[in-house]
Design a protein around this ligand. Structure first.
Ligand SMILES: [Zn+2]
Length: 272
Protein backbone atom coordinates (compact mmCIF):
# COMPACT_ATOMS: atom_id res chain seq x y z
CA UNK A 1 0.00 0.00 0.00
CA UNK A 2 1.11 3.54 -0.71
CA UNK A 3 2.41 5.17 2.49
CA UNK A 4 4.05 8.57 2.84
CA UNK A 5 6.24 7.79 5.84
CA UNK A 6 7.22 11.42 6.51
CA UNK A 7 5.47 14.67 5.72
CA UNK A 8 4.18 17.82 7.37
CA UNK A 9 0.51 18.47 6.60
CA UNK A 10 0.66 19.95 10.11
CA UNK A 11 2.65 22.94 8.77
CA UNK A 12 1.26 26.33 7.75
CA UNK A 13 1.79 25.58 4.06
CA UNK A 14 -1.55 23.69 4.14
CA UNK A 15 -3.61 26.07 6.26
CA UNK A 16 -5.84 27.12 3.36
CA UNK A 17 -6.55 23.78 1.69
CA UNK A 18 -5.76 21.01 4.18
CA UNK A 19 -9.03 19.17 3.61
CA UNK A 20 -8.48 19.10 -0.18
CA UNK A 21 -4.94 17.74 0.25
CA UNK A 22 -6.21 15.07 2.67
CA UNK A 23 -9.06 14.30 0.26
CA UNK A 24 -6.49 13.48 -2.43
CA UNK A 25 -4.69 11.17 0.05
CA UNK A 26 -7.95 9.34 0.72
CA UNK A 27 -8.65 9.05 -2.98
CA UNK A 28 -5.24 7.43 -3.40
CA UNK A 29 -6.10 5.05 -0.53
CA UNK A 30 -2.87 5.88 1.24
CA UNK A 31 -1.60 6.24 4.81
CA UNK A 32 0.35 9.29 5.93
CA UNK A 33 2.59 10.07 8.89
CA UNK A 34 2.69 13.73 9.85
CA UNK A 35 5.81 14.62 11.74
CA UNK A 36 6.09 17.29 14.43
CA UNK A 37 8.99 19.72 14.55
CA UNK A 38 8.00 21.57 17.75
CA UNK A 39 5.31 21.22 20.43
CA UNK A 40 2.64 23.11 18.49
CA UNK A 41 3.18 21.22 15.21
CA UNK A 42 3.22 17.94 17.17
CA UNK A 43 -0.20 18.83 18.57
CA UNK A 44 -1.42 19.75 15.09
CA UNK A 45 -0.24 16.37 13.73
CA UNK A 46 -2.34 14.71 16.43
CA UNK A 47 -5.35 16.82 15.59
CA UNK A 48 -5.10 15.75 11.93
CA UNK A 49 -4.76 12.10 12.99
CA UNK A 50 -7.87 12.35 15.17
CA UNK A 51 -9.96 13.90 12.43
CA UNK A 52 -8.93 11.73 9.48
CA UNK A 53 -8.60 8.02 8.70
CA UNK A 54 -5.17 6.83 7.63
CA UNK A 55 -3.32 9.73 9.27
CA UNK A 56 -0.81 9.18 12.10
CA UNK A 57 1.48 11.43 14.14
CA UNK A 58 5.14 11.58 15.18
CA UNK A 59 5.88 13.92 18.08
CA UNK A 60 9.10 15.82 18.47
CA UNK A 61 11.32 18.86 18.55
CA UNK A 62 13.51 19.25 15.45
CA UNK A 63 17.23 19.84 16.16
CA UNK A 64 17.04 23.29 14.53
CA UNK A 65 14.37 24.27 17.08
CA UNK A 66 16.08 23.15 20.28
CA UNK A 67 17.01 26.78 20.99
CA UNK A 68 13.49 28.10 20.38
CA UNK A 69 11.78 26.07 23.11
CA UNK A 70 12.62 23.53 25.82
CA UNK A 71 11.91 19.87 25.18
CA UNK A 72 9.74 19.03 28.18
CA UNK A 73 9.54 15.27 28.55
CA UNK A 74 6.43 15.39 30.71
CA UNK A 75 4.45 17.42 28.17
CA UNK A 76 5.27 14.91 25.42
CA UNK A 77 4.53 11.96 27.71
CA UNK A 78 1.10 13.46 28.38
CA UNK A 79 0.47 13.78 24.63
CA UNK A 80 1.40 10.12 24.18
CA UNK A 81 -0.82 9.02 27.07
CA UNK A 82 -3.80 10.92 25.74
CA UNK A 83 -3.46 9.88 22.09
CA UNK A 84 -2.40 6.24 22.16
CA UNK A 85 -3.83 5.22 18.80
CA UNK A 86 -2.59 8.31 16.92
CA UNK A 87 1.05 8.49 18.08
CA UNK A 88 3.34 6.12 16.19
CA UNK A 89 6.78 7.65 16.66
CA UNK A 90 9.00 10.21 18.36
CA UNK A 91 10.68 12.75 16.10
CA UNK A 92 11.88 14.31 14.11
CA UNK A 93 15.03 14.44 16.17
CA UNK A 94 18.75 14.09 15.58
CA UNK A 95 21.54 16.43 14.51
CA UNK A 96 21.49 19.37 12.11
CA UNK A 97 24.78 21.14 11.39
CA UNK A 98 23.62 22.71 8.12
CA UNK A 99 21.82 25.46 10.02
CA UNK A 100 24.58 25.88 12.61
CA UNK A 101 25.30 29.47 11.63
CA UNK A 102 21.71 30.50 12.39
CA UNK A 103 22.00 28.96 15.86
CA UNK A 104 25.32 30.71 16.44
CA UNK A 105 23.71 33.98 15.32
CA UNK A 106 20.86 33.45 17.80
CA UNK A 107 23.46 33.30 20.57
CA UNK A 108 22.89 29.59 21.21
CA UNK A 109 26.48 29.16 22.43
CA UNK A 110 29.61 27.55 21.03
CA UNK A 111 29.56 24.83 18.38
CA UNK A 112 30.34 22.30 21.12
CA UNK A 113 27.44 23.56 23.25
CA UNK A 114 25.05 23.41 20.30
CA UNK A 115 26.10 19.83 19.57
CA UNK A 116 25.58 18.88 23.20
CA UNK A 117 22.16 20.51 23.33
CA UNK A 118 21.01 18.67 20.20
CA UNK A 119 22.32 15.41 21.63
CA UNK A 120 20.56 15.92 24.95
CA UNK A 121 17.21 16.50 23.22
CA UNK A 122 17.84 13.57 20.84
CA UNK A 123 18.50 11.27 23.81
CA UNK A 124 15.29 12.43 25.50
CA UNK A 125 13.34 11.42 22.36
CA UNK A 126 15.02 8.02 22.39
CA UNK A 127 14.08 7.56 26.04
CA UNK A 128 10.44 8.38 25.34
CA UNK A 129 10.39 6.05 22.33
CA UNK A 130 11.80 3.22 24.43
CA UNK A 131 9.48 3.87 27.39
CA UNK A 132 6.42 3.87 25.13
CA UNK A 133 7.45 1.31 22.52
CA UNK A 134 7.43 3.84 19.67
CA UNK A 135 9.57 4.18 16.55
CA UNK A 136 12.07 7.02 16.07
CA UNK A 137 12.12 9.43 13.13
CA UNK A 138 15.67 10.70 12.76
CA UNK A 139 16.81 13.86 10.99
CA UNK A 140 20.41 14.43 9.95
CA UNK A 141 22.02 17.18 7.97
CA UNK A 142 25.77 17.71 7.60
CA UNK A 143 27.60 21.00 7.78
CA UNK A 144 28.10 22.25 4.23
CA UNK A 145 31.89 22.20 4.30
CA UNK A 146 33.29 21.09 7.66
CA UNK A 147 33.69 17.29 7.52
CA UNK A 148 34.10 17.09 11.30
CA UNK A 149 30.45 18.19 11.57
CA UNK A 150 29.00 15.04 10.07
CA UNK A 151 25.47 14.56 11.41
CA UNK A 152 25.31 10.88 10.48
CA UNK A 153 28.43 9.97 12.48
CA UNK A 154 26.85 11.51 15.56
CA UNK A 155 23.46 9.89 14.90
CA UNK A 156 25.13 6.50 14.60
CA UNK A 157 27.10 6.97 17.82
CA UNK A 158 24.02 7.99 19.82
CA UNK A 159 21.67 5.36 18.38
CA UNK A 160 24.17 2.56 18.90
CA UNK A 161 25.05 3.62 22.39
CA UNK A 162 21.41 4.01 23.46
CA UNK A 163 20.41 0.59 22.19
CA UNK A 164 17.57 2.06 20.10
CA UNK A 165 15.90 -0.61 17.99
CA UNK A 166 13.17 0.90 15.82
CA UNK A 167 14.17 3.89 13.73
CA UNK A 168 14.16 5.43 10.29
CA UNK A 169 16.88 7.81 9.13
CA UNK A 170 14.55 10.02 7.15
CA UNK A 171 15.54 11.80 3.92
CA UNK A 172 18.79 9.87 4.02
CA UNK A 173 21.73 12.10 3.12
CA UNK A 174 24.76 10.21 4.40
CA UNK A 175 27.21 8.18 2.34
CA UNK A 176 26.97 4.51 1.42
CA UNK A 177 29.32 3.17 4.09
CA UNK A 178 27.29 4.96 6.77
CA UNK A 179 24.12 3.56 5.16
CA UNK A 180 25.53 0.05 5.53
CA UNK A 181 26.24 0.63 9.22
CA UNK A 182 22.69 1.88 9.88
CA UNK A 183 21.14 -1.08 8.08
CA UNK A 184 23.42 -3.44 10.01
CA UNK A 185 21.85 -2.11 13.21
CA UNK A 186 18.41 -2.85 11.76
CA UNK A 187 17.36 0.70 10.90
CA UNK A 188 15.38 1.84 7.88
CA UNK A 189 16.43 4.57 5.44
CA UNK A 190 13.83 6.97 4.04
CA UNK A 191 14.05 8.29 0.46
CA UNK A 192 12.40 11.49 -0.75
CA UNK A 193 11.85 13.24 -4.09
CA UNK A 194 15.57 14.05 -4.09
CA UNK A 195 16.10 10.65 -5.76
CA UNK A 196 14.19 11.96 -8.78
CA UNK A 197 16.64 14.81 -9.41
CA UNK A 198 19.90 14.02 -7.59
CA UNK A 199 22.83 14.33 -9.95
CA UNK A 200 25.60 13.15 -7.60
CA UNK A 201 24.90 9.44 -8.12
CA UNK A 202 25.31 8.83 -4.37
CA UNK A 203 21.63 8.26 -3.64
CA UNK A 204 21.21 6.09 -6.69
CA UNK A 205 24.09 3.87 -5.51
CA UNK A 206 22.51 3.59 -2.06
CA UNK A 207 19.05 2.80 -3.47
CA UNK A 208 20.56 0.17 -5.75
CA UNK A 209 22.33 -1.43 -2.80
CA UNK A 210 19.74 -1.24 -0.01
CA UNK A 211 17.92 -4.45 0.95
CA UNK A 212 14.25 -3.95 0.02
CA UNK A 213 13.11 -4.70 3.57
CA UNK A 214 14.96 -1.62 4.87
CA UNK A 215 13.70 1.10 2.51
CA UNK A 216 10.90 3.59 3.10
CA UNK A 217 9.50 6.25 0.81
CA UNK A 218 8.42 9.72 1.88
CA UNK A 219 7.76 13.21 0.54
CA UNK A 220 8.90 15.46 3.43
CA UNK A 221 6.13 17.68 2.04
CA UNK A 222 5.75 20.67 1.79
CA UNK A 223 9.47 20.48 0.87
CA UNK A 224 11.48 18.53 -1.71
CA UNK A 225 8.89 18.13 -4.47
CA UNK A 226 9.86 15.33 -6.84
CA UNK A 227 10.05 15.59 -10.59
CA UNK A 228 7.78 16.60 -12.35
CA UNK A 229 6.51 18.93 -9.58
CA UNK A 230 9.79 20.64 -8.65
CA UNK A 231 9.47 24.23 -7.51
CA UNK A 232 5.88 23.75 -6.36
CA UNK A 233 4.52 22.78 -2.95
CA UNK A 234 4.86 19.06 -2.34
CA UNK A 235 2.06 16.79 -1.03
CA UNK A 236 1.72 13.14 0.02
CA UNK A 237 0.23 11.74 -3.21
CA UNK A 238 3.47 12.71 -4.99
CA UNK A 239 5.25 9.98 -3.06
CA UNK A 240 4.27 7.80 -6.01
CA UNK A 241 7.01 9.54 -8.06
CA UNK A 242 9.57 8.46 -5.47
CA UNK A 243 8.30 4.88 -5.79
CA UNK A 244 8.55 5.10 -9.59
CA UNK A 245 12.16 6.27 -9.50
CA UNK A 246 13.18 3.61 -6.98
CA UNK A 247 11.47 0.96 -9.12
CA UNK A 248 13.52 2.14 -12.09
CA UNK A 249 16.81 2.09 -10.16
CA UNK A 250 16.18 -1.33 -8.61
CA UNK A 251 14.63 -2.94 -11.68
CA UNK A 252 11.38 -3.67 -9.86
CA UNK A 253 7.78 -2.85 -10.72
CA UNK A 254 6.23 0.26 -9.17
CA UNK A 255 3.54 -1.91 -7.56
CA UNK A 256 6.21 -4.03 -5.90
CA UNK A 257 7.98 -0.96 -4.50
CA UNK A 258 4.68 0.41 -3.19
CA UNK A 259 3.77 -2.94 -1.60
CA UNK A 260 7.17 -3.51 0.03
CA UNK A 261 7.64 0.04 1.34
CA UNK A 262 4.06 -0.07 2.64
CA UNK A 263 4.77 -3.31 4.51
CA UNK A 264 7.97 -1.78 5.90
CA UNK A 265 6.19 1.34 7.16
CA UNK A 266 3.37 -0.74 8.70
CA UNK A 267 5.99 -2.85 10.44
CA UNK A 268 8.22 -0.02 11.70
CA UNK A 269 5.39 2.22 12.90
CA UNK A 270 3.03 -0.59 13.85
CA UNK A 271 0.22 1.07 11.87
CA UNK A 272 -3.28 -0.24 12.38
ZN1 LIG B 1 10.61 16.55 7.94
Amino acid sequence: MLIDSHCHLNFKAYKDDLSEVIGRCHQAGMKVINVGAAFDTSQKALEIAHDNDGMYAALGLHPIHVYDEEFEIKKYQDLINNNQSQVVAMGETGFDFWHLQESLDKGAGSIEEIKQKQEKVFRAHIQLAQDNDLALVIHGRNHKDDPSLNAYDHIYRVLKDSGAKRAVIHCYGGNISQAKEFVKLGFYLGFTGIVTFDKTGILEEIVKWIPTDKMLIETDAPYLSPEPHRGKRNEPVYVRHVAEKIAMIKGMSVDEVIAITGDNANELFNLK
